[in-house]
Design a protein around this ligand. Sequence first.
Ligand code: CA
Length: 225
Amino acid sequence: MKILLVEDEVALSNAVKKLLEQKGYLVDAVYDGLSAVDYAEISPYDLLIVDIMLPGLDGIQVIERLRKSNLNTPVLMLTARTAISDKVTGLNVGADDYMTKPFHSEELLARVGALTRRKGEIVLNDVRFGDLSLNIESAILSRGDDSVQLSHKESEVLKVFLYNPTMTITTELLISRVWGDDSEATDNNVEVYISFIRKKLKYLKSNVSIKKLPKIGYRLEVNEA
Ligand code: CA
């Protein structure tokens, strides 16, 4: 799997490149829009990761140019949190998915995995575990035909589990990912949201449960019938 990374912030580019290489992807990094077009047109990539704010051509122009020359490689764009119009424009000109900065490494890997598996198709943004499926965009949790809307926080908490399905998730990790390192959130906040999610798992009659490991944290489990 070969990825072209187009990001002008060198530190971020280096971090993303390292992360992807650790997972076995081959990564070429370029730092401006014109180089991106040159590289993408010359060598075949399985995925392009394109920042929107770039020197030279911006990310939107890069995507537009490549699509006009019939390049169908999936594109994941990186946008600033506030730039909603960029996301819409980017998707309209042919990006397949977007991610807002700053992002967690697991989210990046999940999206890269989804885009490289379903080459050229629209990504539905579903993360699955056991009999569950969570739609990341809508925060709707489903089991078969039954579904339930999660609140934003519930979805953020559950995502930490779904992106690390085999890991024991510590309370500290949940607080850091969902509430932020500077927050005043405590074990109690986490416990409350875990209990909300458990109620919804029960409502869906899911075979997935969140097991508490005293003094350590939590783990997602599939209960075989
Ligand atoms: Ca940038």
